[in-house]
Ligand binder design. Sequence first.
Ligand code: ASP
Length: 362
Amino acid sequence: MSRRQFVPLTLVCIAFIVAVPSAPVSLSAQTSQALPNVVVLATGGTIAGAAATDVQAGYTSGQVGVEQLIAAVPQAKKLATLRGEQISNIGSQDMNDDVWLKLAARVNALAAMPDVAGIVITHGTDTIEETAYFLNLVVKTKKPVVLTAAMRPATALSADGPLNFYNAVAVAADKEAAGRGVLVVINDWIHGASSLTKTSTTAVQTFLSPLSGLIGTVAYGKTEFNRGPIGRHTADSEFSLQGVTALPRVDIIMAYENMDGALIDAAVAAGAKGLVIAGVGNGNLTQSAVAALAAQAKRGIVCVRASRVTVGRVERNVELDDDKLGFVASLDKNPQKSRVLLRLALLKGSNFADVQRAFSEY
Ligand code: ASP
């Protein structure tokens, strides 16, 4: 069966409407004059995805436009006055620098408007942790910026998008969310951009913040905040996209048994200014790969050791002498977040000690 079959709007709306319960009494009691303005920026993903039937695995991301997304969750209009903008409509596996730069510029512009209380960004789950962390480092605001997503398309039986969207609007409209950095709201949990990671390819409960825990929870729009964000962020970040039209290339290379230096050298030959190794264990790699990496570090390529293991930190100078080899340790950042931070750090310079400082501060 074709994955691009036409799906009627009514099916999409019914799936959303059926899945979302009514707002709690305390929230629905708010008058429309008192409602904060929240802007929804849609980028695509499964939350905007559609399948031909409600019980099939195959579907296409990015089929539903922002107006449909908002209209399909009328309960959210009791939490905030909503308006939407379509930034892109892609599966987040196709996320790219053009969309990132456009999205960051739009968030900065909207956040500077006095009448905007918060921003919700709808996104695919595949790369949401990278986009969230990127925005966490480059948007200059204390206002809530909240990403949300779904594991099941809008047309699915038990679609998770509608309630995730509702909860994201509740968080974006909540003054308590301000100053906590960019947040990701999914499956009743509020994650910090620097801590969350996707852990299951298909399960609805896929996102965890394994090292530092949740920023808070949200149940049918009722928020509870437990902690602030970890690391410098948003208004306090030294990174800026002012005048930036392109980001430096950084590649991620996974380590494995019998690894040689071929991919390391190939990445640099392809134009990488920095490399992130998704190392085995505590950021380790074979001796021949270490030799290739050290040679690139000597030539000025910034080399970060992260880990292919989902949980845990990568510390400096454990089994490898980072001081001598000129490597950076990723500390609490996984490979994909290390790549985001390294790209921004490289805009400021390629001294490995400065980059290591950024890894310990952000
Ligand atoms: N491939 C989809 C995306 O990232 C998956 C999802 O959104 O859950 O856009």
